[in-house]
Structures are given as structure tokens and as C-alpha cells.
Design a protein around this ligand. Structure first.
Ligand code: ZN
Length: 146
């Protein structure tokens, strides 16, 4: 019986490389750089005090920038933050909603409860980034046929 795994395929740590990496150093992962890596588009700084508000009936969401659902309808993004028509109207708390006017990204879970507690944005996509603009355009074509 050999103890050598020639391919090494079964030695990958569960949870990906980052967890093992930080465990080995005995450090907690730096939150900012980790969250930046998670997003599919470049992010920019945003006001830490920014909050989104939602009407009591949940129909209208108003972003920290002042844009609301009736002015420039919010864009749905999947759990990784990637803009996706498949996530439109999602009831998944782990998916995201993006304000197309300012790029702020909210977790659906936070928006669902925003009638009582205003939702805090967790990131802001760079509106000038070509990849973001392309994804936004593709989304609008898919959803609105425009
Ligand atoms: Zn906004």
C-alpha cells in the first residue's frame, strides 16, 4: 500500500486557500482586502454612514444617494455580487441589490429589514469601470428589452 498521493488532489483544504493561509500566520484576515477580492467589479470608497430606506410596504427603496426604485430601478446581483437578471426579484437574503445611480451594493437581507432598520451598504462598485457598465447594460437589455 502506497502512502504517496501522486496527484495531490485530495489534499486541498476545505474552504479554499485563504482560510489555511491566515490560519498558518495566526492572523485574522484583513476585512477590507478580503471583501475587495470577493467582488466581480472594482469597488470604490463610500460614505460609511450611508443608509438605504424602504417604505413600510417594501415597495419603494430609497438609496443613500437619493435614487429610488421608481426613478432608476435597482439592479439585482447574485450572491457573489455579479449583476444578474436571474436574481431579479430574488427572495434570497444572500444575494445583492445594486443602486445603478451610485453603485452602492446592499445585501438583500439588510434591505428586507430596512423598513425598520435602514440598510447599510456593504460595497460600492465603480460606475466608470467598463466591466460594470457592460454588465449593467446587459442586465437592462435582458430585463427591460431596451
Ligand atoms: Zn444610490
Amino acid at each position: 500500500m502506497s502512502t504517496v498521493d501522486q496527484l495531490g488532489n485530495h489534499h486541498r483544504p476545505r474552504g479554499g486557500a485563504a482560510a489555511g493561509q491566515f490560519a498558518a500566520k495566526g492572523q485574522t484576515p484583513p476585512e477590507t482586502s478580503l471583501s475587495e477580492q470577493q467582488w466581480p467589479y472594482p469597488t470604490t470608497e463610500f460614505d460609511d454612514g450611508a443608509r438605504a430606506f424602504v417604505d413600510e410596504d417594501g415597495e419603494n427603496q430609497t438609496c443613500a444617494c437619493g435614487n429610488d426604485s421608481f426613478t432608476n430601478d435597482w439592479v439585482a446581483a447574485d450572491a457573489s455580487g455579479r449583476i444578474s437578471p436571474d436574481s431579479q426579484g430574488s427572495a434570497d437574503p444572500c444575494e445583492h441589490t445594486v443602486c445603478p445611480s451610485c453603485g452602492l451594493v446592499y445585501l438583500n437581507e439588510d434591505l428586507f429589514g430596512a423598513a425598520e432598520t435602514p440598510a447599510r451598504p456593504i460595497a460600492r462598485f465603480d460606475l466608470s469601470d467598463p466591466r460594470f457598465r457592460e454588465a449593467l447594460k446587459a442586465y437592462e437589455v435582458s430585463v427591460y428589452g431596451a
